[in-house]
Ligand binder design. Structure first.
Ligand code: NAP
Length: 307
């Protein structure tokens, strides 16, 4: 594949940035990739594992001369990073981000983008519960969506180029308006995470009265909740602080549905429960048909002892 950006700068070197780096190298679409993370420890690990062609001592140093700058830090940190790098951004360069919330990132970053520099926000819908520089892998974005969230006045060439970049990393791309993005993600990602955090919290409370049996006999449903609830606390704190309205809207609807199911259980309304579960099973089938998950038993996990 040919080079899409001569110089790419990744700011923040965690799961997403490290996966981007390995996917960029796999595709051969950048001349040089520079990187910066705020802690000495992360920069040392990055150098040790060969993450980035050049690990810099400041975000400004990493961004100097870059054609594409991607902000890969938690959502609430995006504005400060943008303010810091603003003076060194090259005219004609594109600044993008990978934040899980879009309206708040646009509000925080856009004021710091100088004239002549393009700002094209994006969000790859791919991740794991791991974080840090060692957690990335080149295949993370394969066949996953990357939502591109241009502003109405975004430069079309800059948007098309960023789409080509994400496609080369393995993603399918689609454009979406920021507010719509935040509502869709509240349903598909943010609220489910909050429910998982809650369920694991409840089980932990219960553990004290069940003598650790909750952990010992941990079955598939609960285990999947614990995997999600192991996600990075800083990232998820920022998601709920910045996608407040949409998450509260979806949580309200969730609570109503939960009350209806609670009532069906209390009144022994089996028809209601059966109908509801039949409907949700069809949604799962739709996700598998769309190629967004596997229908292998236990999500394709190897049986015990063969992991
Ligand atoms: P991560 O593995 O925890 O890495 C975060 C990076 O940001 C680290 O290099 C960290 O630096 C740096 N950082 C943290 N707080 C900072 C601050 N206040 N100022 C400057 N730098 C800071 O996170 P990630 O999973 O890659 O997530 C990065 C972004 O991608 C987030 O905006 C998240 O919403 C988005 N995202 C995540 C996922 C996912 O599933 N994880 C999926 C899609 C999008 P140090 O290591 O030096 O502390």
């Amino acid at each position: 594949m040919s080079v899409i950006y001569d110089r790419v700068a990744l700011i923040g070197l965690g799961l997403i940035a490290s996966s981007m780096f390995w996917a960029i190298k796999r595709a051969g679409i950048a001349g040089e990739v520079t990187g910066f993370a705020r802690s000495d420890e992360t920069r040392a690990i990055a150098r040790e594992i060969g993450l980035c062609d050049r690990v810099c001592e400041s975000a400004r140093e990493a961004c100097e001369g870059a054609d594409l700058v991607v902000l890969c830090v938690p959502v609430c940190a995006m504005g400060d990073v943008a303010a810091d790098i603003s003076p060194v951004l090259k005219p004609g360069a594109t600044v993008s981000d990978v934040g899980s919330v879009k309206r708040a990132v646009i509000d925080a970053v856009a004021p710091h983008i100088p004239d002549g520099v393009h700002f094209v926000p994006a969000h790859p819908l791919a991740g794991t519960e791991q974080s840090g520089p060692g957690s990335g892998f080149a295949e993370l974005f394969d066949n996953r969506w990357c939502l591109i969230v241009p502003e109405p006045d975004s430069d079309e060439d800059a948007v098309t180029r960023l789409e080509a970049f994400w496609k080369a990393l393995g993603s399918n791309t689609e454009r979406m308006d920021a507010d719509h993005h935040d509502l869709v993600l509240a349903v598909t990602s943010h609220t489910p995470h909050l429910i998982a955090y809650t369920m694991v919290g409840v089980a932990d409370d219960l553990r004290r009265v069940t003598d650790s049996e909750v952990i010992k006999y941990s079955a598939a449903g609960f285990r999947d909740f614990t995997r999600i609830a192991a996600s990075d606390p800083t990232m998820w704190r920022d998601v709920f602080l910045t996608n407040k309205e949409a998450t509260l809207e979806i949580l309200g609807r969730f609570t109503e549905e939960l009350f209806a199911l609670q009532r069906a259980i209390r009144t022994g309304d089996g028809d209601h429960l059966h109908e509801y579960f039949t409907h949700t099973r069809a949604i799962r089938r739709g996700i598998i048909e769309a190629g967004q998950d596997t229908d292998a038993p236990d999500f394709g996990r190897a049986p015990r002892g063969k992991r």
